[in-house]
Design a protein around this ligand. Sequence first.
Ligand code: SF4
Length: 123
Amino acid sequence: MAFVITDPCINTKDTACVDVCPVDCIHPRKDEPDFDQTTILYIHPEECIDCGACVPACPVAAIYDSPESTPKSQTSLIEANAIFRSGDSATLAKAEALVSAHVAAHPELMAIPPADRANAHNK
Ligand code: SF4
């Protein structure tokens, strides 16, 4: 398990991370059919090579460099990243259900603009 995308990505989906990832392990891409069906982007934990290129590319600081460094408020999204496989509607539904549950559980974070949300993760 490698890098993890968290809640500032919800409804942001900037995709700058997709453009810089050298192994194309962040999905869905804009040219994939399920792009419009997800609220967040996901990193494939077995394909990620831990290069770190996506972190500075993300305009909303949504990416942590490991599950261990991911704040407790974001732990359900670690599993969402691990589950999702682009093109598989079953894993999309499971991952998006985790994101929906996260949104419902954290109205205090959702009330913060995405670009500022990561600053509140450890509070
Ligand atoms: Fe892709 Fe590197 Fe980010 Fe992993 S750390 S998702 S390989 S850009």
